[in-house]
Design a protein around this ligand. Structure first.
Ligand code: CUA
Length: 199
C-alpha cells in the first residue's frame, strides 16, 4: 500500500505526464544551449565578441581596426588629439562618408575634450573610446547612447540641428567621480566645411 502524499497532485498529471513535460523542457534547454554555443562561436569567428583580444593583433592594419584600438597606445591614433578633425586652416574636414569626424576619450572621470564645438546641420561622426573602465556616453537631445569600453571605439553619427548647447554625460556608474563626467557640445551656426580635395 503506497504512502499517501500530504497534498494530492492533480489527477491529470500522473508521473508519466510529468516525465513528458520534463523531457519537452529538457529539449528546449538543449536547443537554447546549442544556439548559445553557436552564437559564441560566431562572435569569436566574426571578431565582434566584446573584450576578446582587445588591443592586440591586426596592428599591421593601422591603429583603429574594426572598432578596436590599443587603449595603452592612443598616442598613435587620432585619439591623441581629441576634438573635431580640422585641416591646417582650422576648417573641419569632411571624411569619405560625407561627415565630419570628432574624437573623444573617456577616462579618469573626464571626457576629452571638455568642450566640443560642432557646426549645426552637418553630420558629425563621434568616435569615442575609454582608457580605463567602462563608461557611458549619452548626448542630450539626441538618440546617442553608448557604452564605452577600453580597447573599443564606438562611432556614432549625429546631426545637431540647432545652434546652442548640449551635453554628453556618462550614464554608467564608473567610480567616485562618475557624476563629474560631463562634456559640453557647443553647436555653432553652420559654416561651410572644406571638402577633402581628391588629388
Ligand atoms: Cu564614467 Cu560614469
Amino acid at each position: 500500500m503506497s504512502r499517501a502524499p500530504e497534498s494530492a497532485p492533480p489527477a491529470r498529471l500522473d508521473h508519466h505526464a510529468l516525465e513528458r513535460y520534463e523531457t519537452a523542457w529538457l529539449g528546449v534547454a538543449a536547443v537554447m544551449t546549442a544556439l548559445l554555443f553557436v552564437g559564441v562561436l560566431a562572435s569569436v569567428v566574426s571578431g565582434t565578441s566584446p573584450l576578446l583580444d582587445a588591443g592586440s593583433g591586426h596592428a599591421h592594419d593601422g591603429p583603429i581596426v574594426r572598432g578596436r584600438v590599443d587603449p595603452k597606445n592612443l598616442a598613435a591614433t587620432p585619439f591623441a588629439k581629441p576634438g573635431l578633425v580640422v585641416d591646417a586652416a582650422g576648417q573641419p574636414l569632411v571624411n569619405d562618408q560625407g561627415t565630419l569626424d570628432a574624437y573623444l576619450v573617456a577616462g579618469n572621470f573626464t571626457f576629452q575634450p571638455a568642450v566640443l564645438r560642432v557646426p549645426a546641420g552637418v553630420p558629425v561622426t563621434l568616435h569615442v573610446t575609454a582608457t580605463d573602465v567602462a563608461h557611458g556616453f549619452q548626448v542630450t537631445g539626441t538618440n546617442i547612447n553608448a557604452e564605452i569600453l577600453p580597447g573599443h571605439v564606438a562611432s556614432l553619427t549625429v546631426t545637431f540641428r540647432h545652434p546652442g548647447e548640449q551635453h554628453a554625460i556618462c550614464n554608467e556608474y564608473c567610480g567616485v567621480g562618475h557624476h563629474n563626467m560631463i562634456t559640453r557640445f557647443v553647436v555653432e551656426s553652420p559654416t561651410q566645411p572644406t571638402t577633402k580635395e581628391t588629388k
